[in-house]
Design a protein around this ligand. Structure first.
Ligand code: AVI
Length: 333
């Protein structure tokens, strides 16, 4: 008798026994010890940060989500037809979250009677539990097996357990938060887990009027500022930091030559901050910056070159009518 499919696979426990908190503390100490201080944007997404990001995605200024929603809504038939052109496939959704955008494709794939199963991957166990329940209610006929864990561990697990053709989704301009080397390395790892016939659909924010980009990361309601500042709050909560949030401000600026939006937390006064978890004190000068995030904006040419450099062929570029956002379908040959 076949073993029943487990609806959620949890890979979040570290093989070497190290805890996420120890790694967090190490990264924070390393970042704040640099001449130009940094904190990694990967630590934005604790429970509070994830909620704030949901609010960002609903902001009128944060055009990215709306534009990608338009791409998927306007092009869902063509995208879904491309996915299923070679029979059964595993639809692997990296960083699925609440899968609000992916659901547009899931409904369409179901309507087109495509043969597939859906494998959302996310670091948040809560998000995967909610999504699994939501899909059981909304699309009960779609087979779902969620994986909780880091992308690469999940891809390794998928390599061993999912043997049919793979279509990977990496939506939402998440690639834009990596620097150039990191994004190439990331795409090469994804490519190494794929074989001929497999595909990757990747979301990218396109270059546009710098004012539009600036507003998206400087909303007047201060949600993006709260999202950025939550990083300090998280350090206070989890690492025993004593950051005084009022002493820092959010600052985000766009460089149109590089196509990079950079976000910072700026110390408004000369101050010292203690980190109990590492028993270390860090000194900040007045107006000293901590770099917290890069959000890259691409030309279509750059997007295709990036794929090519990692062993992908551009199959189709799907865009919204305003040319604001692209979902590029890459093929493996
Ligand atoms: C998740 N990532 C694609 C977002 C972005 O646009 O870079 C995170 C974000 N940061 C500020 N606002 C949104």
């Amino acid at each position: 008798m076949k073993a029943p499919i487990r609806p959620i696979i949890d890979l979040s426990l570290k093989a070497d026994g190290s805890t996420d908190t120890a790694l967090f503390a190490r990264d924070v100490v390393a970042g704040l010890s640099k001449k130009q201080k940094t904190l990694s944007s990967r630590y934005f997404y604790d429970a509070t940060g994830s909620k704030l990001f949901q609010q960002i995605m609903a902001l009128p200024e944060y055009y990215l989500t709306r534009c990608e929603f338009d791409v998927l809504t306007e092009q869902k038939q063509a995208i879904s037809a491309r996915f299923g052109s070679d029979g059964f496939f595993h639809l692997i959704d990296l960083g699925a979250g609440d899968a609000l955008k992916t659901k547009i494709l899931l409904r369409e794939l179901y309507q087109q009677q495509q043969e597939f199963d859906y494998v959302p991957v996310d670091i948040s166990g809560d998000a995967m539990l909610h999504l699994t329940h939501a899909l059981q209610a909304e699309l009960p006929k779609v087979k779902v097996q969620a994986v909780v864990g880091e992308y690469f561990r999940a891809l390794e697990w998928l390599q061993e357990h999912k043997h049919e053709r793979k279509v990977v989704l990496f939506l939402g301009s998440n690639i834009g938060n990596f620097n150039k080397d990191e994004s190439l390395a990331f795409l090469k790892v994804i490519r190494s887990y794929l074989k001929a016939g497999d595909k990757l659909l990747m979301g990218l924010d396109l270059r546009k009027d710098p004012d539009t980009i600036l507003q998206a990361y400087n909303d007047p309601t201060g949600v993006t500022a709260a999202f950025n500042l939550n990083l300090l709050e998280r350090i206070n909560r989890e690492l025993g930091g004593n950051f005084v949030l009022e002493n820092f401000r959010h600052f985000a600026t766009y460089n149109p030559l590089e196509g990079v939006m950079r976000s910072f937390l700026i110390s408004k006064v000369k101050q010292q901050v203690h980190l109990a978890a590492a028993d270390q004190t860090f000194t900040f000068d007045a107006w000293e910056a901590i770099h917290t995030e890069n959000s890259h904006k691409y030309t279509l040419e750059q997007a295709q070159e990036m794929g090519k450099a990692c062993g992908f062929r551009t199959e189709t570029v799907f865009q919204d009518q305003q040319g604001c956002f692209a979902d590029v379908l890459f093929a493996v040959e």
